[in-house]
Design a protein around this ligand. Structure first.
Ligand SMILES: N[C@@H](CCC(=O)N[C@@H](CS)C(=O)NCC(=O)O)C(=O)O
Length: 207
C-alpha cells in the first residue's frame, strides 16, 4: 500500500493523478500547509522531514518501506510499478521524459511563483511581476506545449502519459489564460486529459 501526503496544489495533484491512473492501491492524507511545519503530523514529517508535499511512503519499496518526495520523482517512482504510465514505444518514452521535466520544472516553478504573488508571499504592489510571469513565462511555456500538441495528440505522442498528468494541473488552474490566448491545441488536449476518470479522481482527492 502506498500512502500519499498531498494538498490542493499543482504539485500535490500531479502526484495524486499518477497514483489514480496507476491502478495501484493507495491512501490519501491531506496536509494542512497553513499550519507551522512542526504541526503537520508525525507520519508526514517522518516521510519528508522538510514538510513539503507531495510525499509518498510505499511499504513495499525495494528493500522495505521507502519514502519519496518531489512530485516528478514520485511520478517516476509510481511509473516503475505501473509501466503503462509511460508510452510503450522507446522514442515516445524519451519524449515523455523531456516533457515531464518541462512540466515539473518550467511550468510548475513559475506557476508556484504566480501562486505566491497571489497569496502576497512575494510582494508585487503594482502587478508588474505577475504580468511578467504570466506573459513572459507561463504563457510562453503554454505556447511551446501548444506547438507540440499541433503535431501530436498528447505531449509525447499518441498516448496520454506521465507528462500529460504532470502538466495538466497547471493548465487547469490557468485555463482562463489559455482560452484568452486562443491556444486551441492546448485547449483540445486539456479537455481530453481532464475527462479521464483517473485525472478527475486525482484532482478531487487533493482538492
Ligand atoms: N519541487 C517540489 C515542490 C514541493 C513544494 O514546495 N510543495 C509545496 C506545496 S506545492 C509545499 O509543500 N509547501 C509547504 C512549505 O513550503 O512549507 C515538488 O515538485 O514536489
Amino acid at each position: 500500500m502506498i500512502d500519499l501526503y498531498t494538498a490542493a496544489t499543482h504539485n500535490g495533484m500531479r502526484a495524486n493523478i499518477a497514483l489514480a491512473e496507476s491502478g495501484l492501491a493507495y491512501r490519501v492524507h491531506k496536509v494542512a500547509l497553513a499550519t507551522p511545519l512542526a504541526q503537520r503530523g508525525d507520519d508526514f514529517l517522518a516521510a519528508t522531514p522538510y514538510g513539503r508535499i507531495p510525499a509518498i511512503v510505499d511499504d513495499a519499496g525495494p528493500g522495505g518501506p521507502i519514502s519519496v518526495s518531489q512530485s516528478g520523482a514520485v511520478m517516476i517512482y509510481v511509473a516503475a510499478k505501473a509501466p503503462h504510465l509511460w508510452p510503450a514505444a522507446d522514442r515516445e518514452r524519451i519524449a515523455a521524459l523531456q516533457w515531464l521535466m518541462f512540466a515539473c520544472s518550467d511550468t510548475a516553478v513559475w506557476n508556484a511563483v504566480m501562486n505566491q504573488v497571489g497569496l502576497n508571499m512575494i510582494p508585487d504592489t503594482d502587478g508588474r511581476l505577475a504580468e511578467i510571469v504570466r506573459r513572459g513565462r507561463l504563457l510562453r511555456w503554454f505556447g511551446e506545449a501548444d506547438t507540440q500538441l499541433a503535431k501530436t495528440e498528447y505531449l509525447s505522442g499518441g498516448t496520454c502519459a506521465l507528462p500529460d498528468y504532470a502538466l495538466y494541473p497547471v493548465v487547469n488552474q490557468r485555463r482562463a489564460w489559455v482560452d484568452e490566448a486562443g491556444l486551441a491545441h492546448l485547449t483540445r488536449w486539456a479537455d481530453a486529459v481532464g475527462a479521464r476518470a483517473g485525472v478527475k479522481r486525482g484532482l478531487a482527492e487533493s482538492s
